[in-house]
Design a protein around this ligand. Structure first.
Ligand code: AOF
Ligand code: ZN
Length: 366
């Protein structure tokens, strides 16, 4: 009976966390539910980096009644002084009797110490309930906190024959409105959105989040090895930030012109003819961009895949075939000689969006 109850409340905590997805920056999403005698006393979610953690919101709501209660938390309560005081100390101070944790915190400043401290103070702790869901929910945070690199999700719309445009370059639209709306949700859920200069030159996109409900805009990241971006490009001329990734070879005068626009940053990555993508991604990670939606053309997608910098793929297939000898493919890279060396995906999921399908997968480690 207790296990069933536990699962019910942990699911609720996961839902609370999910509601804040996309608005916590490099921080995880976390939900907390405080329960006593079959009654929910407090609920909370971490809503913004630098502001209260989930446990604090839920305990504030529960007030004095938290004594003797059970707290359900989707992530191990923190034990460190970060931007806010440790949550485990607060749970101890409120005399909570039991804490149910979905998964441990991979942040090395916590990493099991939160659980240890709760136990050392006589609190019963259960760990691992709905762990897989909880880990998946924070896959971006888990990657960034451990590697210092952003979690890169490659997203593309493509025809069944793997093309992203017709032989004339025409591409509007491959997928229908439902899939395109889903992409705007993905933009909201990533801190950065990355494209190649080819996309900017061809479409002059805004690269913002346009949803039926308001969303958070990601930082626009343009890979532009020789700063070919035109001064009038939309991504340079609105209030949202844009990062241009270029090389040491780019003309300093062009850089000066670009950074005249407020919100524009230029990062030089390597002195080769094209941007050193490994270096670029690590620079972005250092600037606390913990997640990137890669919406490249075939060349950038291919280069990022080849460099092993893609963590997840979301491929929106339309039931269309365009053929054409030169029509651009979603992945332009040399590719292996043997089928046995193809890049394989694992943990595949397929979802339907209107008339289209999204195939999600993760590159198999080679
Ligand atoms: C929790 N509950 O709701 C969250 C936790 O800089 P701070 O103070 O926001 O701390 C961020 C770190 O705290 C983050 O890297 C992760 O380890 C943990 N996040 N922990 O107990 C929460 N958001
Ligand atoms: Zn905390």
């Amino acid at each position: 009976m207790e296990l069933l109850n536990d699962e019910y409340y942990m699911r609720l905590a996961l839902q609370l966390a999910n509601g804040a997805s996309g608005q916590t920056g490099v921080n995880p999403v976390v939900g907390c539910v405080v329960v006593k005698d079959g009654r929910i006393l407090g609920m909370g979610a971490h809503l913004k980096r630098g502001e209260a953690h989930a446990e604090v919101h839920a305990l504030n709501m529960a007030g004095k009644d938290a004594e003797g209660a059970t707290a359900y938390v989707t992530l191990e309560p923190c034990s460190h002084h970060g931007r806010t005081p440790p949550c485990c100390d607060r749970l101890i101070a409120e005399k909570v009797a039991r804490v149910v944790v979905a998964t441990t915190d991979p942040n090395r400043l916590v990493a099991g110490q939160g659980i240890e401290r709760l136990r050392a103070n006589g609190i019963e702790v259960t760990v691992g309930l709905l762990q897989d869901e909880a880990r998946l929910q924070n896959e971006k945070f888990n990657h960034h906190i451990v590697t210092g690199l952003p979690f890169v999700t490659l997203k593309t719309a493509l025809t069944l024959d793997g093309r992203i445009a017709t032989r004339t370059g025409h591409s509007r639209w491959i997928t229908g409105p439902e899939a395109r709306e889903a992409v705007h949700t993905l933009r909201h859920r990533n801190q950065g959105i990355m494209v190649g200069i080819g996309t900017v030159l061809a479409d002059d996109p805004e690269l913002t989040t346009r949803l039926t409900v308001p969303g958070v805009h990601p930082v626009r990241i343009v890979v532009d090895s020789s700063l070919r971006i035109p001064p009038g490009a939309r991504v340079l001329n609105d209030a949202s930030p844009t990062i241009l990734l270029t090389t040491e070879r780019a003309d300093p005068a062009k850089e000066r012109a670009c950074i005249q626009n407020p919100g524009v940053t230029v990062i030089r990555c390597g002195d080769g003819p094209s941007v050193d993508l490994k270096l670029a991604v690590s620079e972005l990670g250092k600037r606390e961009i913990g997640s990137i939606l890669l919406e490249g053309g075939g060349a950038l997608n291919g280069a990022m895949l080849q460099a092993g910098l893609v963590n997840k793929l979301m491929l929106f297939y339309a039931a269309k075939i365009v053929g054409g000898e030169g029509s651009p493919s979603a992945f332009a890279f040399e590719g292996p000689a043997e089928m046995s060396s193809a890049l394989e995906l694992e943990r595949i999921a397929i979802e339907r969006y209107g008339d289209d399908w999204c195939v999600t997968g993760y590159p198999k480690p080679s």
